[in-house]
Design a protein around this ligand. Structure first.
Ligand SMILES: Nc1nc2c(c(=O)[nH]1)N[C@H]1C(S)=C(S)[C@@H](COP(=O)(O)OP(=O)(O)OC[C@H]3O[C@@H](n4cnc5c(N)ncnc54)[C@H](O)[C@@H]3O)O[C@H]1N2
Ligand code: MOO
Length: 400
């Protein structure tokens, strides 16, 4: 049986992702969205030379020990001094206010002595000090945020400062989930004999929610060809951008998903990957819908979603692939098989910095070990095993 290399599978999936389509959202709704167009400054910031302190504006050359300057007015934020300042003169100024024409320096009030309408200074003037020059923060035409940026709160603040009230962002994909298996019941059920609690759709929904416009959970479908046909047809007819099934991906007589999907017009691209966990992954398309058939084993489902579906959704949004981490091992890894191993690992913080601590559990049905995992160490095919301290590649599980 030939298994498709992981990198070939990823390339095949990405080749089917549609180009980014754009929508406009109000700034207040834009956090977490991916920019579809850069944010370019349309004004200089600050828009004028502005004071960085509460104090006095003057010409630095006029400030000498004990010399009194004549106070000729006030400049405050929102209401600048309208005249021009001449030799021997000063203007009372507040933080953020425009520095008057003719002034070149601000001295803070703690270094000033004021008597009525005159002021002298107890510290020397440093030319240009406490003045934020026009355009110092950003200037007209400057690209502040590139297309493909996923907007953080810091970046929302920058977009607002740039006077952008509506942002062009990538349309998010609509994702549909289907769990298959006779044995499955929903969390909260009283478990009958031979029953298993369905966890995959909940984990996948939570993992993929940050990328998606909506996650439609179509629930559990029993291993029955007729039922699968009707329910998967309904899920596909809603034309989600991504349809994800879990279970029934393997070779048993009850593994019907692939046949049903094919009957429903899904063009199968590949089935079975040279990886563990997650070998029976299948992928195909119907129209614009990307169809992922994930293995039922809970660890396999979550790992294949992380390795293949997250990159597909990032591409859908026009978001670049984050660099993989390189971390030192906190403990040795064993010899690998011919399949690329995505090994559960803890992210630990040692005295020397972050490290990857392998979790020895490799059972793809072992969910409790997932709870401890912050990383997947990417162990190459046929890797002989690495000693503690060796640098390994790792995927951060919770990164976008
Ligand atoms: N003869 C072979 N048998 C198996 C092979 C193989 O190559 N030859 N591959 C194994 C591998 S690897 C995997 S992975 C599994 C995948 O099988 P399926 O995708 O067909 O998954 P199921 O049989 O439906 O379920 C496997 C396991 O996971 C539980 N499960 C299923 N869905 C859920 C869910 N939504 N939430 C929680 N748990 C779920 C299910 O009860 C089973 O215990 O096949 C191997 N077999
Ligand atoms: O390849 Mo399967 O996902 O390990 O149990």
């Amino acid at each position: 049986m030939s298994l498709l290399p992981v990198d070939d599978a990823l390339r095949a999936i990405l080749s089917h992702v549609s180009p980014v389509s754009t929508e406009t959202v109000p700034l207040a709704d834009a956090v977490g969205r991916v920019l579809a167009a850069p944010i370019v400054a349309r004004h200089d910031q600050p828009p004028f030379d502005a004071s960085a302190m509460d104090g006095y504006a003057m010409r630095a050359e006029d400030v000498a020990d004990g010399t009194w300057l004549e106070l000729i007015g006030t400049s405050q934020a929102g209401a600048g001094f309208t005249g021009a300042l001449g030799p021997g003169q000063a203007v009372r100024i507040f933080t953020g206010a425009p520095v008057p024409d003719g002034a070149d320096t601000v001295i803070m009030q703690e270094e000033a002595v004021r008597e009525g309408e005159r002021v002298r200074f107890t510290a020397p003037a440093r030319l240009g000090h406490s003045v934020r020059p026009r355009g110092n923060d950003f200037a007209v035409g400057q690209v502040l945020l590139a297309a493909g940026t996923r907007l953080t709160p810091m970046q929302i603040a920058v977009a607002a400062a740039a006077n952008a009230d509506r942002l062009a962002v990538a349309r998010r994909p609509r994702v549909a989930l289907v769990a298959t298996g006779d044995e499955l019941v929903l969390p909260g059920s009283s478990l009958g004999p031979d029953q298993i609690v369905a966890s995959n759709s909940f984990g996948l929904g939570a993992m993929l929610a940050p990328y998606a416009e909506a996650i439609a959970d179509h629930g559990i479908i029993a291993d029955d060809a007729g039922l699968l046909h009707d329910r998967l047809a309904a899920a596909l007819d809603a034309e989600p951008d991504v349809l994800i099934t879990t279970g029934g991906a393997s070779v048993g007589e009850h593994d019907l998903v692939q046949d049903v999907l094919t009957t429903l017009g899904v063009k199968l691209d590949f089935w079975r990957i040279n990886m563990r966990p997650g070998k029976p992954l299948m992928f195909g398309t119907r129209g614009k819908t990307l169809v992922f058939g994930l293995p039922g084993n809970p660890v396999s489902a979550m790992v294949t979603a992380l390795v293949f579906i997250k990159p597909a959704l990032r591409a859908f949004l026009g978001h670049g692939e984050p660099a993989h981490w390189r971390l030192p091992l906190a403990a040795p890894t064993p010899l690998n098989t011919a399949r690329r191993h995505f090994m559960r690992a803890r992210l630990i913080h040692s005295e020397t910095g972050p490290m990857a601590e392998p979790i020895s559990q490799t059972d793809s049905g072992h969910t409790s070990s997932l709870a401890a995992a912050g990383l997947l160490i990417v162990q190459p095919e046929h890797d002989p095993g690495q000693a503690a301290g060796a640098l390994v590649e790792a995927l951060p599980i919770d990164a976008f």
